[in-house]
Design a binder for this molecule. Structure first.
Ligand code: UDP
Length: 324
């Protein structure tokens, strides 16, 4: 079996490549434009005979057609991600996320090649109806707020995948990721845990955006990899949408305290208004955590690595990286 991993140089994609190599006999074809993906993530993997790495952009239709043609399964992780990137480069984010998915799904549908589509809990928007069920209504703000463009692009990816399943019989599984975190994630595009851990280890102020009462639940990347692979091997999951997340919500204020404890840090906590970070046309999902019953009934389990373990893993990695 040969798996194509789009965005295989990114945080989740590179962990997934390692998962396939460790747990299966698959060959792995990584494609990435290394815009947010990091060459270092796959440097070691390049040495492996079972791995090919190609630098290409998912918006390149011809190149993607060729890559999909040589695959038995496709895992589509490539996307413009991170709230900062989405807000500052909305056009790039929309085009990468919609055209890229089309360029994967169209040729896959011609060959009947199974596709995993990586979506996001962002599609639930600012709904307050937690925990979020897969078939819950989505609550989004106006088109003048760039953040919702990302939510809509990801939703369009889901629609495209499900439409290909309905009309062309394409085996598709959609996974909605809930704040996937772990070693190797970078804080450059706004992600909170690598940002807080670095601040804590350096003794810098921990920057909590807004009043810090917003909630998230964090999912260890290893758990996410296992779920993604297992969903693709589960017939009953085909043509359906699943939350990929753990249901342990924390406020961002509490997260700041827990990061400090995990890092043994006495950094002060500083609250920064959202508009100072993201400008005036910004909205924030105030609540977010998944219902996991659907995933549990498909697979018999859901991600369950607790926040303490997640933070310990990230602290350990960053201590080495920052040499503190
Ligand atoms: N956040 C924060 N300080 C930071 C980065 C993020 O308080 O330096 C908050 C952010 O406003 C959000 C949460 O942490 O409420 C998670 O942010 P992230 O960008 O990691 O993911 P999101 O869930 O917003 O996509």
């Amino acid at each position: 079996m040969r798996a194509l991993l789009t965005g295989g140089g990114g945080f989740i994609g590179s962990h997934f490549a390692e998962y396939l190599l460790a747990e299966t006999g698959y060959d792995v074809h990584i494609v990435d434009d290394f815009s947010t993906g990091v060459p270092g993530n796959v440097a070691g993997l390049r040495e492996d005979d079972r791995v090919d790495v190609d630098e290409l952009d998912v918006r390149d239709e011809a190149a993607m057609r060729e890559a999909v043609a040589s695959a038995d399964e496709v895992y589509h992780f490539a996307a413009a991600v991170g709230v900062e990137k989405v807000v500052n480069e909305p056009l790039l984010s929309l085009k990468t996320n919609v055209e890229g998915t089309q360029n994967v799904l169209d040729p896959a549908a011609e060959d009947g090649t199974p596709v995993f589509v990586a979506s996001s809990s962002e599609v639930y928007g600012k709904s307050l109806d937690v925990p979020f069920d897969e078939d819950d209504d989505r609550v989004l703000g106006p088109t003048t707020v760039p953040r919702w463009g990302y939510a809509n692009a990801k939703a369009l990816d889901e629609f495209l995948g499900l439409a290909h399943h309905q009309e062309n019989g394409l085996p598709v599984v959609v996974g909605r990721f809930f704040n996937i975190v772990g070693p190797r994630q970078v804080g450059d595009y706004g992600m909170v845990i690598p940002t807080f851990v670095e601040q804590a280890l350096r003794g810098d102020p921990i920057t909590v955006y807004g009043d810090g009462t917003q909630t998230r639940s964090f999912t260890h990347v290893q758990d996410a990899c296992e779920v993604v692979f297992d969903l693709m091997q589960t017939d009953a999951a085909t043509g359906d949408v699943f939350n990929v997340g753990s249901s342990e919500p924390v406020t961002i204020n509490e997260l700041a305290d827990r990061v400090k404890a995990a890092a043994g840090s006495d950094s002060p906590v500083e609250h920064v208004p959202f508009d100072e970070v993201y400008g005036d046309d910004f909205e924030e999902p105030p609540r977010r955590y998944p219902a996991t019953e659907k995933l549990e009934s498909a697979l018999g389990y859901a991600p369950d690595t607790d926040l303490e373990t997640i933070l310990a893993d990230v602290v350990e990695e960053q201590k080495t990286k920052l040499e503190v």
